[in-house]
Each structure stands twice: as structure tokens, then as C-alpha cells.
Design a binder for this molecule. Structure first.
Ligand SMILES: C[S@@+](CC[C@H](N)C(=O)[O-])C[C@H]1O[C@@H](n2cnc3c(N)ncnc32)[C@H](O)[C@@H]1O
Length: 298
């Protein structure tokens, strides 16, 4: 079978699979390149090249995984976030475009010329911590997660982007493992070294926020493959915010920034939880859904 024939057959199979038709051609091509270890240019250059039986079998196996709704990113092990290639495994949420908006909002709020101490709560793949460290060369970042498997992935991503000297990863239930003066952490050689004031300059989080009752409404690709601990937060999806917001208030410096990604229909509840904070505002995503909450510690 030639490359072109294999691609046509796989596209048809994905096209006929419920929920997968929209991206069938794109996914079939991506998985072909992944199975063969070839570039897009090589795929286009020689469509009549014959696949070996081993290549055909490897490609078929990937297509079967995709037909079972496994996210393409877990199959290829890669997702781009804020222009940075990240490793992803089923231990971590696949970073989303909405979260790039959270990163963009934080970058717009902070003075990148200053040494900064930033905390990323629920780091998952490390997406937020790594994007912020990449764009804020004077920042020292601590990234926490409950999941040690996620922290292993996040650390490998930091190493991939040569950011291990400015990001440290810690297992923690929200801020529980961080003493209140923990923001004095200075990465070796960090320009933040020697700073004396207490408190984080910014705490950023994209926590789990899906109500448990919404489980059945989620796409199987999400519900059956992404980590449960990354998705759900109690009956109304607000359990983590209720615990995190008071902890963040105690740990931020005066006028420090709290930046949260929030879920569908959560604006009013988050506004109430942040009612005694300063400069509260919400940013909409491209679908006009309030997606990012920003507030300053009074
Ligand atoms: C929605 S995912 C976000 C991952 C990543 N920050 C991103 O935006 O792609 C939420 C993450 O929070 C972690 N998490 C859930 N509960 C937590 C808790 N109580 N303390 C720390 N991390 C928690 C999960 O393991 C998961 O990695």
C-alpha cells in the first residue's frame, strides 16, 4: 500500500467514526507522519512510496487508538502551547488555547523588567509556568500539583526549554506545602536573589472547574482520557476556587496579582468569592464567555 492509499483509507475510517469526522484528514495525516517519523514535506514529496508491513501495522494501530477517541495529543505525545512544544501524557491535561489567554493576561499585568516571584497552582504539563518563565526572564516560578506523575511531565518540559534553573516543581495540595514566606524562594543565580519583601507577586491557576454533574455531557475524548483530577471540582465546579482564593490572599504581597481561568457560567460565583479584592475584572474568550478573572490583593 502506498502512502497516499494508506492516508485515504485512514481518513475514511476516521470520517466514519462518531465525533471524529471534522478533523479526519488532518488527524490521518498527522498520525501517518508520526508513525513513519517523516516531515510534512516528505509526506507531500513522495506520496507513491510504499509502506513496509511494519509501517502499515504501526499506522493502523495509531488509527485504531484515534477511533477509540483517544486525543491526538496523547497519541503523538505533543501539544504546542504559547508557541512552545510540550510533552503531554495521560497524566496531564492537554493545554488549551483558552489558557494561552490567561498567560497573555498575566504577561500584560506584570512588569517583566522587574524580578518577579510567581506561583502556578495545578501546573499539569507545566504549560503556564513554562510560558511565563520563557517570556519573563527575571521571574522565579514555583509550580505545584497534587499529581507526582504530572510534575514529572512538567519538569521534563522545563528541561526541554532550558528553564529548570528558574522553575521549581513541588507536590502540594494547593498552597499547603508552601510556608507563607515560601515566595522568598530564589532560583540559583536568579535575579530575584536577595529580595526582602514577603509574598508572591502573582499567583496563577487554571484549576479543575467542571461540575461533577456535567461529567456525562463532556466529550468522550475529554471524559474518558484526560485526568479526572484535572477536570472536576465538586458539584458546582467551585470547590478549588473556594479553597484557593483565601490561601492566595494570605500568600500574595500587597497589590499582588491573582489570575484564574474560570469555567462556563462561573463569573458571578467568582465575582462573589473575590468581592473584597481590588481591581477585579473578567476577560472573555473568543466565544464571549468570561474565561479569565484578574484581581489584586488589597
Ligand atoms: C485543569 S488542569 C490545568 C493544568 C495546566 N495548568 C494547564 O493549564 O494546562 C488542573 C491541574 O490541577 C491539579 N490539581 C487538582 N487539584 C489540585 C490540588 N488540590 N492541589 C494542587 N493541584 C491540583 C491537577 O492535577 C491538574 O494537573
Amino acid at each position: 500500500m502506498t502512502l497516499r492509499e494508506a492516508l485515504t483509507r485512514a481518513t475514511r475510517q476516521l470520517d466514519a467514526s462518531p465525533g471524529l469526522c471534522a478533523d479526519a484528514a488532518r488527524d490521518a495525516a498527522l498520525l501517518l507522519r508520526h508513525a513513519l517519523g517523516i516531515s510534512h514535506a516528505a509526506q507531500l514529496a513522495d506520496p507513491n512510496r510504499a509502506l513496509t508491513p511494519a509501517q502499515q501495522a504501526a499506522y493502523d494501530a495509531l488509527i485504531q487508538r484515534r477511533r477509540a477517541s483517544e486525543p491526538i495529543q496523547y497519541i503523538t505525545g505533543e501539544q504546542e502551547f504559547y508557541g512552545l512544544a510540550l510533552r503531554v501524557t495521560p497524566a496531564v491535561l492537554i493545554p488549551r488555547p483558552e489558557t494561552e489567554q490567561l498567560v497573555e493576561a498575566v504577561l500584560a499585568e506584570l512588569d517583566g523588567a522587574r524580578p518577579l516571584r510567581i506561583l502556578d497552582v495545578g501546573t499539569g504539563s507545566g504549560a503556564i509556568a513554562i510560558a511565563l518563565a520563557h517570556h519573563l526572564p527575571h521571574a522565579s516560578i514555583t509550580a505545584v500539583d497534587l499529581s507526582s506523575a504530572a510534575l514529572e511531565v512538567a519538569a521534563s518540559n522545563a528541561a526541554r526549554h532550558a528553564l529548570t534553573d528558574r522553575i521549581r516543581f513541588l507536590a502540594s495540595d494547593l498552597l499547603a506545602a508552601l510556608p507563607l514566606d515560601e515566595s522568598l524562594f530564589d532560583a540559583p543565580g536568579s535575579p530575584a536573589s536577595g529580595l526582602g519583601s514577603l509574598g508572591w507577586d502573582a499567583i496563577v491557576a487554571n484549576p479543575p472547574y467542571v461540575p461533577t454533574a456535567d461529567r456525562d455531557a463532556l466529550h468522550p475524548q475529554v471524559r474518558d482520557h484526560e485526568p479526572t483530577a484535572a477536570l472536576f471540582a465538586g458539584h458546582d465546579g467551585l470547590d478549588i476556587y473556594r479553597r484557593l482564593i483565601p490561601q492566595a490572599r494570605a500568600a500574595l504581597r500587597s497589590n499582588g496579582l491573582l489570575a484564574l481561568e474560570i469555567g462556563h457560567n462561573q463569573r458571578e460565583a467568582i465575582a462573589s468569592l473575590l468581592s473584597d479584592w481590588g481591581q477585579l475584572r473578567f476577560l472573555d474568550d473568543l466565544q464571549q464567555i468570561p474565561r479569565v478573572a484578574l484581581a489584586r490583593k488589597p
